[in-house]
Design a protein around this ligand. Sequence first.
Ligand code: UT7
Length: 320
Amino acid sequence: MKYSRIIGTGSYLPDRIVTNAELETWVDTNDAWIVERTGIHARHLAAEGEGTCDMALQAAKRALEMAACSAQDLDLIILATTTPDQIYPSTACLLQSRLDNHGAPAFDVQAVCSGFLYAFSIADKFIKTGAAKRALVVGAETYSRILNWQDRNTCVLFGDGAGAVVLEASDEPGVLSTHIHAEGSFNHLLYVPGTVAQGQIQNGDGFTKMHGQEVFKFAISALSSVVEEALVTNQLDKSKIDWLVPHQANIRIINATAKKLKLPMEKVIVTVTEQGNTSAASVPLALDAGVRDGRIQRGQTLILEAIGGGFTWGAALVKY
Ligand code: UT7
């Protein structure tokens, strides 16, 4: 059987750090509330003029460097984002051009915070079926641009950044399985209203709206069930998991999934504290953090998971 294997990871965070203390000067909030309810202390925000493709490029270059692979060797580029630089071409095509790759299929995936898991799952299937040999999978977001900075219910939660992995065909595992789901009937609980028409945004304001408590409850149950699905599919006991690499929306949601897996928090990669929720970028940012600081080692078993607007959610069980 053919597997896809992670041969490189990379990430990028913009220089500008906004602490909770600074946010207190922008909107009616306070550090104690944010830390207690979310675990977030700070987030990175893209500079003026810095876009999703700029950040994706840095993360991709770092992943390619670790993989010792040239961009010309890629035969698939998938980029997950909710905040593309343009309506079209896709940010994946913009990235392909800046990487000087020619001819590989390149496309965006829009599944909000689960976007990376969706893109990763698609790339894994391309490789497993022999349709691709070396794929770049990126999650990149300038989420700050779809936040209303007067709305304390949402603006304190998110940040900007990008993460990337290079996957390669291998006879050795590899990605063991991926699991993605959606339930579109919950589209009204987390969304950005607006359509571009006649040169303007219509039918909405382009800002994130969220019913936090409903999202919170659904997130805990969906993540618990998709993680279980991944374990059952592989007939793997939870005690065999070395690392949980979760979506970084809220430390309380991460704690709940870790508890379900009976994993101590020392076995969980946590970046939400310093990065907030970077949507599609959060899982590859966390993965790269764990790989680069040496916690995640070759041969270990990882579980990746995420949930986002749609609702969409997913998990991947990976032998690193
Ligand atoms: O990426 C995937 C999707 N996102 C998520 O997974 C997020 C899921 N939801 C959550 O993480 C949590 O629901 C939140 C962190 C968004 C909110 O936490 P909560 O414990 O559910 O708080 P709440 O919305 O019930 O609000 C409690 C109180 C309210 O005041 P009252 O009505 O009780 O007087 C809010 O107005 O906290 C108030 N509040 C704030 N206070 C200070 C809401 N936002 C803030 C704020 N600072 N930023």
